[in-house]
Design a protein around this ligand. Structure first.
Ligand code: RIB
Ligand code: CA
Length: 311
């Protein structure tokens, strides 16, 4: 029995690895990629999602979503992922075409088609999911599992608004809608990502594998690795979406977690887009997030290795 999995994504290099990890797992059936603007613009993220389903030669629909955050201006992570989101590696245009079904409609359709069974993972800004929730507030009742890559639970963000993590900071209003309307979701944040870096030496060994997945990742990751080495870590790659996908595929990898109420700051020069965790339970608000704090590193790395070398 396979689990239907819908992936909302803004590919992006780490999104690509996460999606390849999901395709490498036989226990899940990927029912679609719903695409958001985020790391780079929607035209690029849709094209990259098409490249991914071509790489693995799977007949999975790619649904273009919202082209911008609820409130402008859109941020960009092109300085990390390349102007095209895939390392400006000069990849050929994908032959496949995107679906004519909008991502928001695809999320609602999948929730009805797989009611009670669907796992939804969000690897980018939450714009598509927020709009789906506004259209149909009953959506969470049909989706037993939502995993969100986003936030920085102790305020160590990764954007110029230093307490904000990119996905939440790109569209704080969307995250606010999701965090207020989704009764309980799993959260894999930026600080967990920082705690689970992958040594470059090990990662580059896997990227040398003669597989389509490794070839694609080798091509698109080069620019990002150079940036990370120069600006973040000379030794480790921090792959947020891959970590979130490891939790999706193998929940038992979570070694330490905390149930807490998490909200999103919408205002403040230094705080807009920040995730605010009620660690001491002072608000009296029920926990809405199961926050993954520590993940089994060896199991996480096994998932990446398996996706790249085809084990
Ligand atoms: O902060 C990390 C997140 O922002 C990841 O999803 C990465 O792809 C970027 O979208
Ligand atoms: Ca992403």
């Amino acid at each position: 029995m396979t689990t239907p999995l819908l992936i909302d994504t803004d590919p992006g290099v780490d999104d690509a690895l996460a999606i390849l990890m999901a395709f490498a797992e036989p226990a899940v059936e990927i029912v679609g990629l719903t695409v958001a603007a985020g790391n780079v613009g929607l035209e690029h993220t849709v094209r990259n999602a098409l490249r991914l389903v071509e790489t693995v030669d799977r007949d999975v629909p790619v649904h273009p979503g919202c082209p911008a955050p609820i409130l402008p201006p859109p941020a960009s992570a092109a300085f990390v992922h390349g102007e095209d989101g895939f390392g400006d590696a000069g990849l050929p245009e994908p032959a496949r075409r995107a679906s004519t079904v909008h991502a928001v409609d695809a999320i609602l359709d999948a929730s009805r088609r797989h009611a009670g069974d669907l796992t939804l993972v969000c690897l980018g800004p939450l714009t598509n999911l927020a709009v789906a929730l506004l259209i149909d507030p009953t959506l969470p009742s049909r989706v037993p599992r939502l995993v969100v890559m986003g936030g920085a639970v102790d305020g160590r963000g990764n954007t110029e608004r230093i307490k904000a993590e990119f996905n939440i900071g790109f569209d704080p209003e969307a995250a606010d809608v999701v965090f207020r309307r989704w009764p309980r979701f799993e959260l894999v944040d930026w600080e967990a990502t920082l705690a689970h870096g992958i040594p470059f030496e090990r990662l580059e060994g896997w990227l040398a594998a003669p597989t389509p997945a490794a070839r694609l990742m080798r091509a698109i990751a080069e620019k990002r690795h150079a940036w990370v080495r120069a600006h973040r870590s000379a030794t480790h790659s921090h792959l947020a979406d891959a970590l979130a996908m490891a939790v999706v595929l193998e929940p038992a990898l979570v070694a330490e977690a905390a149930d807490r109420h998490v909200s999103v700051a919408l205002v403040g020069e230094h705080t807009r887009g920040m995730t605010v965790v009620d660690w001491a339970g002072r608000t009296g608000l029920a926990a809405n997030a199961w926050i993954a704090r520590r993940i089994d590193q060896a199991g996480f790395e096994r998932r990446i290795e398996g996706a790249l070398i085809g084990r």
